[in-house]
Design a binder for this molecule. Structure first.
Ligand code: SF4
Length: 87
């Protein structure tokens, strides 16, 4: 199967006859407090990094997976900062 550049994961899954699992997963949204910045306060980087606007600090790489709802992670369930600020 040839897949054109720019084809979404959901579209590929649909071509393969997998109608639901990937499409459902791709509909998940990252945390609304997540931002990407190259600088904040005394910190400055060459490229943008994950930044939590709820606590105004850069996010460690492993937590960024939670912020982006990657894998089986979910910011609503797995981030105490989100839960504190969402209440
Ligand atoms: S650290 Fe928590 S509250 Fe902040 S952006 Fe990530 S998931 Fe959201």
């Amino acid at each position: 199967m040839e897949i054109a550049t720019g084809t979404t994961v959901a579209a590929v899954a649909a071509m393969r006859g997998n109608r639901y699992p990937v499409a459902t997963r791709s509909n998940r949204m990252p945390c609304p407090y997540l931002s990407y910045r190259a600088a904040a306060g005394d910190h400055e980087f060459e490229t943008e990094r994950a930044y939590c606007t709820a606590v105004d600090r850069f996010v460690e790489a492993m937590r960024a997976d939670v912020c982006n709802d990657r894998y089986d992670l979910d910011h609503e369930s797995h981030c105490e900062i989100y839960r504190e600020h969402a209440e």
